[in-house]
Design a protein around this ligand. Structure first.
Ligand SMILES: Nc1ncnc2c1ncn2[C@@H]1O[C@H](COP(=O)(O)OP(=O)(O)OP(=O)(O)O)[C@@H](O)[C@H]1O
Ligand SMILES: [Mg+2]
Length: 376
């Protein structure tokens, strides 16, 4: 059966040109002249791919993308076409849930090739997804310095202590990941981002070969980007493929996404089984977190995958758990209290605090978190 494409474009000549071109390439094509009409068409027809113009009156491509991602046809590939060639615009569109962004004018041969490649890859990813069942947990914060990386490494270590060789922690915080430093594992010179840039793909095999292990750690590390690494040049397709490939690294893969928007965030969020938002009980952090959660909802990330983890690295007394829950309309699944001496000693030894000897409060708190996500 021919793949089905929905074209949403307000300009009639362009719309006709796209329909003729794509039908000529063997696709079944439906077209709509406005965002609103396009959304009802997509929800009715469930196309494999949506090609949507960015600048349209009334409802633009950004809004259309967001609505499709939240609706019943959210598995469609979405490609946004725009005359605007600006990084900020691209990130906005990708964060809303689009899979690719093409800058007009796109030559007819290139457009057809891109659409075919995207549909082929979507098939391959679905197949792989069915075979791979590693659980992906994304950890992120709305602000720096609030304990995001500490939550990621300690959750990974708490789960890793249960079963040898079952956990990987991946450092995707940009522009600078800190897990290598925190765990005393220097990032290798050969790290993978260069290869992504060079050939646009990372096979499972290759990703596996970058996993680092140390005798003192109950999990392995996929190291982060090096300072000055050209990670920004990695293509959207390569990042999507990489995010889907993370599931295959281990039974559980915990990803530190840091607190900055980047091209890793949207695809990892789409792939993640659990999204842990770290929040400090402090006015500014909570307000920023409220915005972050709203953005996620708008991007089609449903509340059932999102969990809050309360973390208090500065011993803040501004807000308590009830205040935070009330403002964010969700209760935290775990609370990590202020434990200066334990964290400080662990930092110096370059170990996750839960691997320090003895049964401490902090170990119990991280075990509670692990249990809330993966019951024993
Ligand atoms: N519950 C806690 N009690 C005391 N100190 C903590 C706690 N959690 C984390 N810390 C310490 O706070 C500092 C910041 O933690 P961490 O690096 O995990 O935060 P982050 O949000 O990832 O920061 P960055 O913005 O640098 O990525 C570290 O020195 C860590 O050891
Ligand atoms: Mg960090």
């Amino acid at each position: 059966m021919a793949d089905r494409i929905a074209v949403i474009e307000d300009d009639a000549p362009t719309r006709m040109m796209l329909v003729t071109l794509l039908e000529g390439a063997g696709f079944t094509v439906d077209a709509a002249a406005s965002g609103a009409e396009g959304i009802s068409m997509v929800e009715r027809e469930h196309p494999d791919l949506v090609l949507c113009d960015l600048l349209m009156p009334e409802m633009d491509g950004l809004e259309v993308t967001g609505r499709i991602r939240k609706g019943p046809a959210n598995h469609a590939q979405i490609v946004v076409l725009s005359a605007v060639d600006a990084v900020e615009e691209k990130i906005k569109v990708l964060e809303r849930g689009a899979d690719d962004y093409l800058v007009k004018p796109v030559g007819p041969a290139e457009l057809v090739a891109r659409v075919k490649a995207m549909l082929g890859r979507a098939d391959a990813l679905r197949l792989q997804g069915a075979r791979r069942n590693g659980r992906l947990m994304a950890v992120l914060g709305a602000k720096g310095g609030i304990g995001t990386s500490s939550v990621a490494i300690n959750l990974a270590a708490a789960l890793g202590k249960r079963k040898a060789d079952s956990v990987v922690v991946a450092d995707l915080a940009v522009p600078v990941g800190t897990l290598g430093i925190m765990l005393g594992l220097p990032i290798p010179e050969k790290w993978v981002w260069r290869e992504f840039v060079l050939d646009g793909a990372a096979s499972d095999h290759r990703l596996h070969s970058y996993l680092m292990r140390a005798a003192h750690l109950p999990m392995r590390l996929l190291p982060g980007v090096r300072q000055g690494s050209p990670y920004r040049d990695v293509s959207v397709e390569a990042v999507n493929q990489f995010a889907a490939g993370l599931h295959a690294l281990a039974e559980t893969v915990v990803v530190d996404l840091g607190n900055q928007p980047s091209s890793f965030v949207p695809p990892v969020m789409r792939q993640a089984n659990d999204i842990l938002i770290v929040v400090e009980p402090e006015v500014v952090a909570v307000e920023l977190t409220a915005h972050l959660i709203e953005r996620l909802h708008k991007g089609g990330i449903l509340a059932d995958r999102i969990h809050l983890v309360l973390s208090n690295p500065h011993g803040s007394l501004q807000l308590n758990r009830a205040d935070v829950s009330a403002t964010l309309k969700t209760d935290a699944i775990a609370v990590i209290t202020y434990q200066r001496d334990e964290f400080s000693a662990a930092s110096k030894r370059r170990i996750p605090v839960v691997t320090a000897p003895g049964e401490t409060v902090v170990t119990r708190q991280f075990e509670e978190l692990a249990k809330a996500l993966v019951p024993v």
